[in-house]
Ligand binder design. Structure first.
Ligand code: EPU
Length: 430
């Protein structure tokens, strides 16, 4: 196991380049199963969730080869197995995407139910509801969900709530179903649009991705293509907050500024200067940080995946900020770690009240999930003294080379080996 040792207090300066989007990549890599010819993906982030996706594909018989940095070749024609090994599935929430892709191609899929995770209860009832609408049945046996159908027939899918994973799984199951599927109350996140663009480039007929009604006319063949994954909105947002928290001046490259609008708007409200260019944003602090309130919402609202980073930033502002995050029921687990660094935050259910004090002090802390880990790294960069962030395997699920990228913009961050802990501590997130 490793930890990050951060000596804080240095403003970040320079340019950092954003990698491909984790939440698009986990869906698109799983969706290669639907492709009837080999395909190539570019801008694939080198993160552990993607390594797990590739191991799952290989375990089922697919050929996955690294072409160059961040570019991979996939040939899934040779898949013979429709069951995702439990040991791999349990490591990653996005393994549920293999239900949609395997069902879509083979009409048969078996994946371990996502178990105890970091953000509270995360059921998949809406995913299963979508599959049922298309004519599939499912059984739960030995902790695994088995979905199967003689054929999948296009239908109307109505989601009871905004669900990113449910929308992605419904698209993947419907893309080769017979006839027209209409998904209503669909999620609108950029990664859903990216998945639809990938599938459409291969010959799928998906319209409306990015709105709350998605129409999919099933096709029988998807051709091989080369496709580049969009930049990671949350990774970009994390570096934007790191620049602000350290009162630095950083240019964040390879971004789609439109995807960052809700993050940019909040940073500006906090008193941070954000300059948007075509494919980059510059973030700098010219004055004091100002308290604000935040409520997380599905896209295009403020993303729950940026809540811990912004809460950390608001501990550095003067005054009281209120954060409401009810997308998941337990996304404030990192707060007790931030308190160790001197933060004054009280949490009542899905609401956190931050009494900003303008400063944090270094301390040993533990990441409790992916974005919590990012928030604690930001806290360490802004704090006086030394912060040690443990459980960095959570951070590595979604941030490519975060220590090297931060070092490149002036952070004093070192990766240090610590004694091994039980692998069962690896819980799901993402
Ligand atoms: N929900 C249900 N039933 C379902 C599906 C969802 O009750 O069948 C509930 C969830 O429990 C949650 C809410 O609906 O309370 C929203 O869940 P959603 O399905 O939208 O989330 P997800 O697909 O599990 C993805 C991202 C998360 C991100 C959320 C919200 C991936 C792999 N994960 O999760 O990303 O927080 O959408 O935007 O795309 C992260 O990257 O750190 C991360 C956690």
């Amino acid at each position: 196991m490793e930890k990050f040792v951060i000596t804080g207090g240095t403003p970040l300066h320079g340019t950092v380049t954003i990698s491909g989007a984790k939440n698009a990549a986990v869906a698109i890599v799983a969706a290669t199963i639907l492709c009837d010819e080999p395909c190539v993906l570019e801008n694939v982030p080198e993160i552990s969730d993607i390594t797990i996706c590739m191991k799952i594909l290989r375990s089922m018989g697919a050929i996955v080869k690294r072409v160059t940095d961040n570019t991979y070749y996939f040939d899934t024609r040779c898949i013979t197995e429709t069951k995702v090994p439990y040991e791999l599935a349990r490591l990653m929430r996005a393994s549920t995407y293999f239900l949609g892709t395997l069902l879509g191609r083979f009409h048969d899929a078996c994946v371990a139910m996502p178990g105890g995770c970091d953000l509270g209860d995360r059921p998949i009832d809406q995913h299963l509801k979508a599959f049922t609408s298309l004519g599939a049945k499912h059984d739960l046996h030995n902790g695994e969900v088995h979905c199967y159908a003689d054929e999948l027939i296009g239908s109307q899918v109505y989601f009871d709530m905004n669900t990113v994973g449910g929308t992605i799984n419904a698209i993947m199951a419907a893309v080769k179903a017979k006839g027209l599927t209409i998904i209503e109350n669909a999620a609108k996140e950029p990664h859903i649009v990216d998945l639809a663009n990938f599938l459409n480039s291969m010959g799928a007929d998906i319209r409306g991705a990015g709105t709350d009604v998605i129409k999919i006319r099933g096709v029988s063949f998807l051709k091989g293509i080369t496709y580049g994954i969009i930049p990671d909105q949350i990774e970009a947002g994390t570096y934007m907050v790191a620049a602000a928290a350290t009162k630095g001046d950083v240019i964040i490259k390879n971004v789609i500024p439109k995807h960052l609008e809700s993050i940019t708007a909040k940073l500006r409200k906090i008193g941070v200067t954000v300059i948007e260019n075509d494919e980059s944003v510059e973030v700098r602090v010219d004055g004091p940080l100002i308290k604000t309130n935040i409520k997380t919402m599905p896209h295009p609202g403020f993303p729950t995946d940026m809540q811990p980073q912004f809460s950390t930033l608001l501990t550095l502002a003067e005054g009281t900020s209120v954060i409401t995050d009810d997308i998941f029921d337990n996304r404030f687990k990192y707060v007790s770690e931030l308190r160790r660094m001197g933060a004054d935050i009280s949490v009542d259910g899905t609401v956190a009240v931050i009494q900003g004090k303008g400063a944090l002090q270094g301390a040993p802390v533990q990441a409790t999930d992916l974005r919590a880990g990012a928030a604690l790294i930001i806290a360490g960069l802004a704090a006086s003294g030394v912060t040690e962030v443990e459980n960095i395997h959570f951070v590595e699920r979604g941030y490519e080379n975060i220590d090297k990228k931060l070092e490149g913009i002036g952070a004093a961050i070192k990766r240090v080996v610590v004694a091994d802990v039980d692998v069962d501590q690896m819980r799901m997130s993402g």
